[in-house]
Write a protein that binds this ligand. Structure first.
Ligand code: PLP
Length: 424
């Protein structure tokens, strides 16, 4: 049977990670994955998470099966965190714990498909690399709309113009903050205009939250989602705890639905449970238990918020520092776009060829679209990164390492199946 398999496509980010792992140049710098690294280049376990884990281990709670919605305390806590406490939008929400943000995206895509097969979901261009594959795997149609203008800012007029073609039966997938890959977010006025359009034309907003707390602060990063939730009758929200709790490998997330009637919300919740049942039955408990322990304990909650602020501050400082270095080296366009963007990622105005030169000559790994992970730069490597960028922009410098094969693209591997320690 397996002999019949045609050669499958591979994931470009995985391939690039493998290429990085095989690169033996000591100065190599991995800016591909959406992972936070501290000043020493490590991805630490947050102190609030460690303390919650110790408490859970001491309590040695049972590992008996959870229900189909997973950890219901976790679901309640996440609804409150995302939508705010009280009787507002949270009062017409249902939530199901999922296998991280990706699992939430997939379950909600299944919900859309079970409601109306073949629904069109609009996604930004550029989009998070896994948006289209997840939606299409669930049987949905995908239609892209532009996101960034010629100057590298949010293309408000273009987005509103393109989305005015979205119909009542359509769904529009929007990243709630810190847009991946562009780092370009709508202003509060732009978000209000998007909400006006959704209300006028009746399409359903589907908000993907993966970086809340890492852009302008937790409340600021959730403001657009809360505003939309207050204005539209129906909404879908995929929440990831991978980045802001540092629970990448614990696969912790939540799918939230907002409906206009209690009946619709109950049906949606059961539909999500049914979809999960046929995929993996129940989500893993550990990460959800950790998050619940943190959010339900005043001191741990405050500790987590403080740590999140430190992470956010470090990302912002990296951005400022790199901007200053690039500006001093004469890379004004790159400096300007960095300064305008927000969150873990930035998209540098560099061509695919320039990104490949960075990789070949300087062992600096970003994607060929120009995306680099700002949160992944150890502070002391910023001058090195700026000099590499300046060299490819200004056409100077030759780099230090032997480099990978000159023809290597996103899909190339330099060694067979090297160990890969993490994925985006
Ligand atoms: C925009 C966006 N959504 C969702 C995800 C999925 O995150 P995870 O499945 O690791 O929680 C990511 C991961 O990088 C992302 O960037």
């Amino acid at each position: 049977m397996l002999e019949l398999l045609p050669p499958p496509p591979t994931d470009p980010l995985w391939d690039l990670t493998a290429e990085y792992a095989a690169d033996e140049r000591p100065e190599r710098l991995n800016l591909v994955l959406g992972v936070y690294r501290d000043a020493a280049g490590r991805t630490p376990v947050m102190a609030a998470v460690r303390e919650a884990e110790i408490r859970l281990a001491e309590r040695s709670a049972s590992k008996e099966y959870r229900g189909l919605s997973g950890n219901t305390g976790f679901n309640r806590a996440l609804v409150e965190m995302v939508l705010g406490a009280g009787d507002g939008a949270a009062g017409r929400a249902a939530a199901v714990q999922t296998v991280a943000g990706s699992g939430a995206l997939r379950l909600l895509a299944d919900l859309i498909c079970r409601t109306r097969p073949g629904t069109t979901v609009w996604i930004s261009d550029p989009a998070y690399v896994n948006h289209r594959p997840i939606l299409e795997a669930a049987g949905l149609r995908v239609r892209p709309f532009g996101w960034v203008d010629a100057e590298g800012g949010f293309d408000a007029a273009g987005v509103l113009r393109e989305l005015s073609a979205a119909r009542r039966d359509d769904v529009v997938l929007l990243q709630g903050c810190c847009h991946n890959p562009s780092g370009v977010d709508p202003s509060p006025q732009d978000w209000a205009a998007l909400a006006d359009l959704a209300v006028r034309d009746g399409w359903v907003p589907f908000v993907d939250l993966a970086y809340h707390g890492l852009g302008g602060g937790l409340e600021a990063d959730l403001a657009a989602t809360r505003m939309l939730a207050a204005r539209v009758p129906e909404m879908l929200i995929a929440v990831s705890c991978s980045k802001n709790f540092g629970l990448y490998s614990d696969r912790t997330g939540c799918a939230i639905v907002l409906g206009a009637s209690g009946r619709a919300v109950r049906h949606a919740e059961t539909t999500l449970q049914n979809a999960a049942r046929t995929l993996y039955s129940m989500p893993p408990e550990h990460g959800a238990a950790v998050v619940t322990t943190i959010l339900e304990d005043e001191r741990l909650h405050a500790l987590w918020r403080a740590e999140l602020d430190v992470m956010r501050g470090r990302i912002a400082a990296n951005r400022t520092d790199l901007t200053t270095h690039l500006s001093a080296l004469g890379c004004e366009a790159q400096a300007r776009s960095l300064a305008r963007q927000k969150g873990m990622f930035s998209m540098l105005p560099l061509s695919a060829e320039q990104m490949l030169r960075l990789r070949r000559q300087f062992a600096i790994y970003g994607t060929t679209s120009g995306r680099i992970n700002i949160a992944g730069i150890p502070a002391h490597r910023i001058p090195f990164l700026a000099q590499g960028i300046a060299a490819v922009v200004l056409g100077t410098g030759t780099g230090t390492g032997p480099g990978v094969d000159a023809g290597a693209g996103e899909g190339a591997r330099t060694r067979q199946s090297p160990a890969v320690s993490s994925m985006p």
